[in-house]
Structure formats: structure tokens, C-alpha cells
Ligand binder design. Sequence first.
Ligand SMILES: Nc1nc2c(ncn2[C@@H]2O[C@H](COP(=O)(O)OP(=O)(O)OP(=O)(O)O)[C@@H](O)[C@H]2O)c(=O)[nH]1
Length: 554
Amino acid sequence: MILINQSRLIKYYRINTITRLFSDFRFPDNAPRTADNQSWLEHLENQDKLSENISNAEDYSINAENEDIIDKSLNSRFSYKVISRPPESRYIEIKSPLQNFTSLKYLKSLENDINKNKNRQTGFIDTRIIKCRSGNGGHGAVSFFRDAGRSIGPPDGGDGGDGGSVYIQAVEGIDSLAKLKTTYIAQDGKAGTADQLDGAKGKDMLITVPIGTTVRWCMDPVEVKKFIKEKNLADNKQSIREFTQSHDISLQCVGKLELNNDPFQIQMFRESYKPGKGWIFKGKDEEYHLQQPWFKTLNKRVTTFDVQLRITETNEDRFPLYGIDLSKATTTPICLLKGGNGGLGNMHFLTQMIRNPRFAKEGRNGLEQHFLLELKTIADIGLVGFPNAGKSTILNKISNAKPRIGHWKFTTLVPTIGTVSKGVEETPFTVADIPGIIEGASLNKGMGLDFIKHIQRSKSWVFVLSLESPDPIEDMKTLVYELGGMDKVTTKNILVVCNKADLLENNETSIEKFSKVNEFCKKNNWDCIPISALKNENIDELIQRMAKSIRMKD
Ligand SMILES: Nc1nc2c(ncn2[C@@H]2O[C@H](COP(=O)(O)OP(=O)(O)OP(=O)(O)O)[C@@H](O)[C@H]2O)c(=O)[nH]1
């Protein structure tokens, strides 16, 4: 293959035609010699036992040295059944609910009874499905050197350029997925040309997302919608949620030996030519060539080369089943889809037997896949509570954030993050206010539990109860239930805040309510504090307790 600087040199000579007039001018010659081609093809012949079985292929994982980006939070929620695990191959066929590979938010438009509130979240986009396509490799060229003295010289067709790849990177300074495009297409590689010129490599495509974005492989939403419409509307029995939970999709996965060989990565497949195919013929066609013994011998060897190419692709074209979690700024962009390899130019096929190779190879195709991007804001503390409990008022008092406050329910429609600064000496911490949770939220009532993802990674959860409520303990229990039960809740450091304590003054029932909550918290070993966000009472103490809660157990 020709190095870039050499290609430039060649271009220079082409432009500077006067140079050609000098008889001692030697055109730069980077084409492999007959002997080089011969030994390359013989080397391939010795490897012809190599099968397409990838069991011995080197283990490849997305950025092997950077495995901490694999999203582990999904492990427990992700259900699948292994359908087959042939001993001779590393492919594991699994079946898993469609719900794991699509976004309910995207499919909701099919349902008629959409809660209008949910449609009002236009400014803040935290879920996107994007289509990505890596570039096809350019085709190799069929060309022969010509000059005044020789009507036809040795083959000098250059290789096709590799297709561009699609990368993703999490960066500071973006806080929404709103600006993402729907489609990201990397450029195709250019075809090789005469004079041993390799085609240019296709331009890569880089997707920049906010820190805290998770990326999962998913199905084409248009196809999913069509499938649901056809299947479900006929029966019209299930909601979209139920439908996606009860219908499975099957996938080819690859395991990892050190992980009990459990399915670990989804295998993606390129629609490219099969080994031994993908020839471009100039002059006589494929049928003629396939009858020639010399071509048959050559093709047998080149088939081995194609198989090797395919093994490399197979090892690279994988994506973690649970997705990746870009919780930190990514220093090196992560490759989502690799571009196709460029095809070989005819200069590679000059051997003692073949003096006049009128054929080259096609470039390999790129990949087209969909990915589900979800932004999970990263705040140290998440505020959870019923609507109207006073969460936004608290965030307003303790931090620089200015969330909407109102005496009506669901004032907060999108998560708001505030930074709490306790002075120059101490590290500030962040607090997220999410829309209120109500009974049945886990069944999508009210604003549903869609926003929970924004506090999933928070170390502490602060339950905000209102002493105005008839039964704050019951509220607390409902919140715990809706958030996934005690097992889930106790994975976080918990602080319980009894807000609207100004109502305690001279009010025996309110005092009794607080004592009961306090008692309940003691039993669970949770910290509990009364405050009045409205009257700014006990706010400094609340900030201290919040800071303490993040320092607690990991
Ligand atoms: N008396 C009293 N009222 C309060 C207190 N804190 C908040 N409120 C009032 O309670 C109402 C709701 O407050 P928000 O801060 O919007 O409540 P929220 O929990 O964010 O509500 P959603 O956005 O619906 O989730 C507002 O009218 C506030 O003025 C308090 O300490 N005492």
C-alpha cells in the first residue's frame, strides 16, 4: 500500500509534467513486486486451514483497555434466555424482551391516551435514538502503467481507501441530547486510481454527547412501530409497555471466558461480499475468469485473505449487550461502527503466472445500526417526593438553581440540577430535583418513573415529605414502593426531610406527624430533619446533613 506522503509525491510529479521530459526521470514505484505478491499469496496458501470459526480469534471488546465504560447498572434489570450455545462456535443466541432494545418514549406516540404533561417536556431531551452508518471501503483500481515506450506496462491500480468510522465522545459543556441529529453517516472511502494511487480514506463521524449519557444498541424504531402496529392493533389487547415486555427479539451474542462465557456483546454483521467474491473485472467477465485454473488458484488464496478480513471485522463489529456508560469525559473517542476496508488494486495480483491482472477487489461495506442514547444526569444527591412537597423550594434555597415553584402539582416537568457550595474550603456538591412521584408512578401514572434515571447514579437520595400531608409515613412508604422497594432504596444513603415545619407551630397533629416519621426513620437507621424551606428554617443544618450523607458508605 502507498503511504500518504508518497501519494502526494506522485501527485506532485503528475502536475509537474515538464519533469516527464527528462529522459532520466524515474516514476516513483511503490507497487508490490512480482516476488512480493508471490510470497504474500503463498503465505496465504499455508494458512488455508483457517476456518471461519472465530473461536480462536483474539478477544475484542469495545476499547479493551477502557472496560469501565460498560454500563453495569443494567445487569440486574436485563433479562434474556439463552436459546443455543453451539460448542464449536463462540456465538450465543439469546432471546430478550423487545423492551430492552427500544425506547418506550419513542413508541408512545402510538398510544392515544398520552398524558399531555409528558408532551410538554420539549426543551429538555434526555432520550434519543440515532441511526449511524460507517463508510464503505473504496474499490481497488484496475489500471496498467503506460508511457511513450510501452503500450501496456505492469499493473498499477491503487487500493480503495477505507470507509470512515463513527465515534462517540462525552464532553463537558453540553447538557442535553436536543442538538443531536437523527442520522450520522461517515464518508465512504474513495476508489483507488491509476499510477498506484490509493483512494482517500472516508471522513470519520464524531458524535459529541453530554457526560452522563448511556449508549445502547437498539432496533430501528420505524420497524418496531410497524411491527407493533401490525401485530398489536390486530389484537388490540396490550399497551405498548406490555407488548414490548411480552415480545422477544433474538440476537447473536458473544461471551467472555472470564465472565462464565455469558452473553456479553452483541454481534453485528456487515452485508458485504462473501470470501472469494467481490471481484471487479475489466474486459473478460467473472465467468471467463472462474474457468481459468490460474484464477482459481489465485482466488483460493485470496479467499483466505477475505476470511482473515472477515474475522477481524467480526471481532471489531461488536457492541456491549448492556451498553456503555459515558459517566466521565472521554479522552479518546469510542468507536461505535468501524468503516469498511478498501479493496485491493490490481497491482497486488501480478505474479509469474498472471502478468496481466484485469481485476481488482471491491471495498468492504460499512455498518448501519441504531443506538439508544439516554442522558442520566449525574448529581451527588437526588430529591424525591410527592408533587408539591417543596422539593423545588428546597433546591432554590440551598443552591444556585432557580427551578419553577408553584402551589399546583407537577410544577417541575424536567430535572433541575443545583450546585451547593459550602464555602471556598469545601468541595461543592450537586443536587437534582426531579418531577414529583405519585402512587402508581411505576405503572406510568403522573409523570411516571422516567426521570428516575437522573438520580440513579446519585449517592444519596433525600426524601422530601410534606407535613401538610394527612399521612407523611404513608407517603414515605409509597415512595419507597414506587422506587423499587427497600432493597433498591437501601443501596443509597437516605436522608428524610420533613418540610413545611412552619405548620408545626402550635399544631399538635403536625408535631405528632413529625414524631412518627422520626420514629420510622430511626428504625431504618435513616437521618431525619424538620425544615421550613419557605421560611428558610434549618436550611444550614440541612446542607450539613446532605454533605454528611454523601460522605457516608459507598
Ligand atoms: N408552608 C410552606 N409551604 C411551602 C414550604 N415549602 C414549599 N412550600 C409551598 O409548597 C408549594 C409547592 O412547592 P414546590 O417547591 O413547587 O414543590 P415541588 O415538590 O417541587 O412540587 P412539584 O414540582 O409538583 O414536584 C409552593 O406553593 C411552595 O410555596 C414550606 O416550608 N412551608
